[in-house]
Design a binder for this molecule. Structure first.
Ligand code: AMP
Ligand code: DBH
Length: 537
């Protein structure tokens, strides 16, 4: 039988333990410990709840007992797709305590993505909200359940319809839980991926908690920290860099924002005396450009983290003077490696680089097309290996192997330059992905969906520069019969593709450039098509 994933090899794991990086801590345990140390301190705040550490811990335990009573067992995968609400935190810690494995979906995901996560993981549970942002997740769940026989139970926050009410799940219990090992699969995080469909990222307690503890230290978190979750909470950035896990580890407070709009963010910063938040570049720009800014007291805000996509220097320079807080750039990936600018870094480094790695044990290689090192300071492809970077995707088989070298380095697909100080500057990308304001879109995934349309002979999806989002997507189509762009967009929506993946622009062409068809790689074809767009503009 083929293993589901390749762990970090034993000799490396031993090295990381000897160095004190991997400490044997688990998610379930650390929350229990904080609940005794910070019992009465507020841990989680949302629109309707204000939970102390003791309350969160009790809720997680009751959730774990209840989920078990509903048939969720240690090792089971459970897809969690919730908006930014306190229950998300209770659910994931309940799953951790039980030894079950959350699969972190985003609220934007629809049928195409969710059914794929369920199929790959053979999930037995799926946790949703009844409705959010105008979308009814219960109907989606019913559809997914029809296709995935392993999916026994759908838990719904709110009105359950034909499913199980999440509110009825928590129960008291005293039967002990299975002992969770620190080198066990703790959850599956999502990758934007660069080939094929979405990829699942297997992380263990030891490796993830190392990055979380170090992130908390780098960001100087303490009991006094108030962290605003502006991005979707299940995303790796607000989860771990330092995110909700870093804040809970440090005994601070999480405030969940229902949406990242400037009014909501400013209002919560003022009301909850927020000290740190993390956003993607388009949201940072919105905060900077919002006329409402002057009406709020933002004096508590110490750090604005920006990451997920390149934050251009001109915008980066505006943060400290205009928002009255420090900027921290964060260049991370759910696969592992995370880079931060640090408190002691000179201003120029903070505004022009995307930071340097968390760990002295993060191995960084900057390579040319033949996999040879570039001269110091030159642009090359970033590869990395280290104490919290995966060695394989989850159940990805051959398709996933191309993303890793023989000696276990992850090919990030990013083009970078490294300064003598170790700081990285992201200069571009070698992977076939569109980074739409931090939301990653795999060209091939969208092309495959387009090719399923009868009128589409061939399709190539490329990025186009955009002042606000950084990039938008454009699909080039060779059609076999007349078809219009709105029809193709509707087709993609009906296939259940997340809205951010629907091409922003659709261009019809008679043929693809001759060199592109079959003879050279699709990468060259995409590059040529993207070049034809920029020539025209
Ligand atoms: P994922 O692998 O889906 O978690 O996405 C991680 C990718 O997001 C990285 O490999 C980069 O391409 C991109 N990314 C994240 N942070 C930044 C940043 N600060 N600047 C530029 N690109 C970034
Ligand atoms: O984009 C990302 O995936 C990302 C950005 C910042 C990330 O995973 C992270 C920090 O941990």
């Amino acid at each position: 039988m083929i293993a589901d994933w390749t762990p970090i090899p034993a000799e490396f794991a031993q090295r990381y333990r000897d160095a004190g990086y991997w400490t044997g801590e688990t998610f379930g345990e650390f929350l229990a410990d904080r609940a005794t140390r910070f019992a009465g301190n507020l841990a989680v705040v949302d629109e309707r709840n204000r939970w102390t550490y003791r309350e969160l811990d009790e809720r997680a335990t009751r959730m774990a007992h209840g989920l078990r009573a509903h048939g969720i067992e240690p090792g089971d995968r459970v897809v969690v797709q919730l908006p930014n609400i306190a229950e998300f935190v209770a659910v994931i810690f309940g799953l951790f305590r039980l030894g079950a494995v959350p699969v972190f979906a985003l609220p934007a995901h629809r049928y195409a993505e969710i059914t794929e996560f369920c199929r790959i993981t053979e999930a037995t549970g799926y946790v949703i909200a009844d409705r959010h942002a105008g979308f009814d997740y219960r109907a989606l769940a019913t559809q997914v359940q029809a296709e995935n026989p392993a999916l026994r139970t759908v838990f719904v926050h709110g009105e359950p319809g034909e499913h199980t009410a999440l509110a009825d799940v928590p129960v008291n219990g005293d039967e002990p839980f299975h002992t969770v090992r620190p080198d066990e699969l703790s959850f599956l995080q999502l990758s934007g991926g660069s080939t094929g469909g979405p990829k699942l990222i297997p992380r263990i307690h030891d490796d993830y908690l190392y990055s979380v503890r170090e992130s908390a230290a780098i960001c100087e978190l303490s009991e006094d920290t108030v962290y605003l979750v502006a991005l979707p909470v299940a995303h790796n950035f607000p989860m771990s860099s330092p995110g909700i896990l870093g804040v809970l580890h440090a005994g601070g407070r999480i405030v969940l924002a229902p949406a990242p709009s400037p009014d909501v963010v400013f209002e919560l910063i003022q009301r909850e005396r927020v000290t740190i938040t993390g956003v993607v570049p388009p949201i940072a720009l919105q905060l900077l450009d919002s006329p409402a800014r002057g009406q709020y007291d933002l004096s508590s805000l110490d750090i604005l983290q920006v990451g997920g996509a390149k934050f251009v220097e001109q915008a980066a320079r505006r943060v400290a003077p205009e928002l009255g807080c420090r900027l921290q750039q964060v260049f991370g990936m759910a696969e592992g490696l995370v880079n931060y600018t640090r408190a002691g870094d000179p201003d120029d480094i903070v505004v022009t680089t995307q930071g340097r790695p968390i760990s002295p044990a993060d191995e960084v290689r900057v390579l040319d097309e033949d996999d040879d090192p570039v001269a110091p300071g030159e642009i090359g492809a970033l590869l990395t290996r280290g104490p919290y970077t995966i060695r394989s995707y989850y159940r990805a088989g051959e398709r996933g192997a191309a993303n890793f070298t023989e000696d276990g380095f992850y090919r990030t697909g990013d083009l970078v330059r490294q300064l003598p100080t170790g700081h990285l500057i992201v200069e571009g990308r070698a992977k076939d992905q569109i980074n739409r304001g931090g939301e990653k879109i795999t060209a091939e995934e969208i092309e495959n969906h387009l090719l399923a349309h009868d009128a589409v002979h061939d399709a190539a999806v490329v990025s186009i520069p955009d002042d606000y989002l950084g990039e938008r997507s454009c699909a080039f189509i060779v059609a076999t019969e007349p078809v219009r762009a709105p029809e193709l967009r509707r087709f993609l929506r009906e296939r259940g593709l997340a809205a951010y993946k629907i091409p922003d622009r659709i261009e019809f062409v008679d043929t693809f450039p001759a060199t592109g068809v079959g003879k050279t790689s699709r990468r060259h074809l995409r590059a040529e098509l993207a070049a034809s767009l920029s020539k025209e503009s």
